[in-house]
Write a protein that binds this ligand. Structure first.
Ligand code: ZN
Length: 256
């Protein structure tokens, strides 16, 4: 089995486009379709032919290019069964635990409602990589447009269950702003402070901070750290359950 290749490039204001390519089988997927032109340019640059679109959710900066790309390339569109009516051009509907292959590589689907009710993520367990859309960000998580804190918390647990060295590709470059917020709720977290410095240096050179890893998020992402005594102290919730701590953290970030 050849190693899967990931090609990442900027789209729109702060989205990332991702092409996933299996050279052995000649299969290529785009994760979501934020913007048609940069995706077509990336395909041309790499010399790859688009075979699949893997949609995480229905928002326009994730599925807005579906129909144009399908018309141009005749690719197949895979997306969430729970949101099929909102995914333009969907061919294959998938849900929790479903598996399929991109070329020779196994892809496992998890439902992660919260940001939207139908959001899904794509995990390649044998390659230790995952594409999480707007569910998890580096030091952040998606806004709760269509789900409750309890739902989003349960969704994030699925990501936390993956091995620590899993590379997580999130869909936006929000890291610097997320770090600024994280430092207000957990200012003494040494790993967070170090990472915030790394992020500032990368962004000063206009370099991406994506992908992240499960281990890095466990250490620095306040949305995944409800057991942190300092976070609980900042929030004034010393004895609340984890979901309440998560909910308050999300509410504070919404107003940040
Ligand atoms: Zn979204």
């Amino acid at each position: 089995m050849s190693e899967i290749e990931v090609h990442m490039f900027p789209c729109l204001t702060d989205n990332y486009g991702f092409l996933l390519h299996d050279p052995e089988a000649g299969a290529t997927a785009t994760i979501d379709t934020p913007e048609v032109r940069p995706i077509l340019s990336a395909l041309e640059r790499m010399g790859w032919t688009l075979t699949h679109i893997l949609n995480t959710h229905h928002h326009a900066d994730h599925a807005g290019g579906n129909l144009k790309l399908k018309a141009t390339t005749c690719c197949r569109i895979v997306g969430p069964r729970a949101d099929a009516e909102r995914i333009p051009g969907i061919d294959v509907e998938v849900g929790e635990g479903d598996e399929f292959r991109l070329g020779t590589h196994r892809v496992v689907v998890h439902e992660t409602p919260g940001h939207t009710r139908g959001h899904i993520v794509y995990h390649l367990p044998d390659d230790r990589i995952a594409f999480v859309g707007d569910t998890l960000f580096a030091m952040g998580c998606g806004r709760l447009f269509e789900g409750s804190p309890a739902q989003m918390w349960a969704s994030l647990q699925k990501i936390l269950a993956w091995p620590d060295d899993t590379r997580i590709y999130c869909a936006h470059e929000y890291t610097q702003a997320n770090a600024r917020f994280a430092l207000t709720v957990e200012p003494d977290n040494a790993a967070l402070r170090a990472r915030a410095g790394d992020v500032d240096r990368l962004r000063a050179e206009r370099r991406p901070t994506v992908p992240t890893t499960v281990a890095l998020e466990k250490a620095t992402n306040p949305f995944l750290r409800p057991s942190s005594p300092q976070l609980r102290q900042t929030l004034g919730l010393p004895d609340a359950d984890d979901i309440a701590v998560f909910a308050k953290t999300r509410a504070l970030k919404d107003a940040f």
